[in-house]
Ligand binder design. Structure first.
Ligand SMILES: [Zn+2]
Length: 242
């Protein structure tokens, strides 16, 4: 028995650990689920006015979907290093042709979600991406430039049109010297959240280079939106998503 198997079995006995991607006993995300979750960055389209240029690195399906659900519900801190690596891939693709220093702006989490989880998912991801890309030639720093102007209703169960109305003018950006910004979020579904984030930042005078996400939904959500690599199975239930 090798050390990894021993460590995984010991962890399972002691703390009931399992891989959030596949459920097999182990310490955190298993090597196979890491491999299956990592994809090639691709552009995401959504038929919404003002939808910003967006890059995802995977579809919201399979182990990646399970890992993201876990990060939102439980075991979140353990998933952060892997999820930050994946998000950094999308950011690097977005910045590949850019020589400017970009501010990484996380979409702010709802305060109720932060209390539930015990940590701020998007802010933690932004910190992880900054650490990873800080070692590369890309110029990035983290900036908490967005906050809620009002707290929108829970998005779970809302169709695309209702989400759009619910989110309109819910965010406000800090003003000051104009910045080149990249918006970060974990998952893009209808695209309404990214539209609202881009609107708020642009209204405050900043230049939105684009958005980077870990995963994008692959099935039609209410109003008819779709994108992603062909042939990917699965899709989210609305209740899984913020
Ligand atoms: Zn696994």
């Amino acid at each position: 028995m090798d050390w990894r198997t021993l460590a995984n079995l010991t962890a399972d006995l002691l703390v009931g650990g399992d891989c959030p991607g596949c459920g097999l006993p182990g310490l955190g995300i298993c090597p196979e689920c890491r491999l299956l979750s990592a994809g090639e960055p691709f552009p995401v389209q959504r038929p919404l006015p003002g939808f910003p240029r967006t890059v995802s690195q995977g579809s919201y399906a399979g182990p990646l979907r399970q890992i993201l659900v876990s990060a939102k519900e439980r075991q979140g801190l353990g998933c952060l290093p892997v999820l930050s690596d994946l998000l950094a891939t999308s950011v690097a693709a977005l910045l590949a042709e850019s020589s400017v220093t970009a501010s990484l702006v996380p979409v702010p989490s709802a305060p109720a979600r932060v209390r539930e989880r015990g940590y701020d998912l998007t802010a933690s991801l932004a910190a992880g991406v900054r650490r990873r890309l800080g070692r590369s030639a890309l110029g990035v720093h983290r900036w908490s430039g967005l906050r809620h102007a009002r707290v929108p209703d829970d998005q779970a169960g809302l169709d695309a049109a209702s989400r759009w109305r619910n989110l309109a003018h819910s965010l406000v950006a800090r003003s000051g010297d104009p910045r080149v910004v990249v918006i970060l979020d974990d998952v893009v579904t209808t695209g309404a959240t990214l539209c609202e984030a881009a609107r708020a930042l642009t209204a405050a005078g900043h230049n939105v280079l684009g958005c980077a996400v870990i995963a994008s939904t692959v099935k039609r959500l209410g109003g008819g939106m779709e994108e992603g690599p062909p042939g990917m199975p699965g899709g989210p239930s609305m209740d899984e998503l913020e």
